[in-house]
Design a binder for this molecule. Structure first.
Ligand code: G3I
Length: 305
């Protein structure tokens, strides 16, 4: 009769899910959320286009719904995300460099202060590195106008805005040891050596047949932890079904449990019905909220029954 959340708590971890405010009125969705999970990440509601669609006009209604639901039930909240090239309103791209800087710092400060004391970890900067072997930064208004230093500036601003929140860098295709994760690793090592505030690194962990759970997943989590940051699995989903999917999920959980600084796991949605992979079945509950084999595998890997 254990749940994902209670079993994970027995191992000193949280077990979270992405939540969309628009589904909270659906009783099976909310019942599953309330029963199984101890942390939530608003799937879209805290992104820049949702919170500051017009410059310096902040709207928190949908994000507040998710936060209030979670906090009222003792769940933790991951903040996602402050500075990202996607879901970014067009006005940001139209600004000159000095204005991009002030808009970025104002956005971080206002959003973090609105949620002060309610967020255990913030994805301060999301997906700032390119895919492929170059290790280069991805083009964005922040990168293009402010250069590599925008990431450091964002973290310093975030620390000042809410000194109690853990500050994370979050990305995908960084789950194993590869050129992209090497580039992120070099950045985190540099930040730690110079005292730039960073507390955690998020590994999104979106897996499918073309991009399966890497054999060196645990080793990669461990090398980041060894830099002196927590690591978190932040957007886990795994395409597939049946035993193969279940085994992959179990391997992810075992990797996290084997790394003492891996503080929690978040799956990117509750039910296959609402996955961002619209044609796929990557989550732990099927479209009717029945627990899949992957659910049982995760529960037992967490030591639950
Ligand atoms: O809310 C609008 C709605 O008003 C409009 O009618 C409709 C028409 O397209 O779009 C709705 O917005 C959609 C939004 O999800 C809310 O449902 C966007 O089109 C759609 O692009 C957006 O997709 C989100 C995606 O990020 C955007 O980049 C997914 O839900 C969300 O799961 C996904 O999450 C990302 C993480 O933030 C970062 N890492 C990758 C991950 C998966 O892509």
């Amino acid at each position: 009769a254990d749940t994902l959340g209670s079993a994970a708590a027995g191992k000193g971890r949280y077990f979270g899910t992405a939540v969309a405010a628009g589904h909270l009125g659906e009783s099976a969705y909310t019942a599953t959320l309330n029963r199984e999970f101890t942390s939530v990440t608003p799937e879209n509601e805290m992104k820049w286009d949702a919170t500051e669609a017009s410059r310096n006009v902040f709207t928190f209604g949908a994000a507040d719904q998710v936060v209030n639901h979670a906090r009222g039930r003792g769940m933790a909240v991951r903040g996602h995300t402050l500075v990202w090239h996607s879901q970014l309103p067009g006005w940001v791209g139209g600004l000159a460099a000095a204005d991009v800087r002030s808009a970025m710092n104002n956005h971080i400060t206002r959003v973090m202060q609105h949620y002060q004391g309610e967020i255990h970890s913030w994805d301060v900067v999301n997906e700032a590195f390119q895919d492929g072997g170059s290790g280069a930064r991805r083009s964005s208004p922040f990168q293009d106008k402010l250069g590599d230093g925008f990431i450091e500036e964002a973290f310093r601003t975030a620390r000042a805005a809410d000194p109690a929140a853990k500050l994370c860098y979050n990305d995908y295709n960084t789950d194993g040891v590869n050129a992209k994760s090497n580039a992120v690793y070099a950045m985190v090592r540099d930040f730690k050596s110079r005292g730039v505030p960073i507390d955690c690194v998020g590994f999104q962990s979106h897996f499918n047949s073309a991009s399966p759970v890497p054999a060196d997943y645990q080793a990669n989590l461990q090398r980041f932890a060894d830099l002196g940051v927590d690591v978190q699995i932040t957007e886990l989903d795994i395409e597939g079904s049946g035993t193969a999917q279940a085994n992959s999920y179990a391997s992810v959980v075992r990797a996290c449990l084997a790394v003492s600084r891996c503080t929690g796991i978040t799956v990117w949605g509750i039910t296959d019905k609402y996955s961002w992979r619209s044609s796929g079945t990557p989550l732990l509950f099927d479209a009717n909220y029945a627990a899949k084999p992957a659910y049982g595998a995760v529960l037992s890997a967490l030591g639950g029954t």
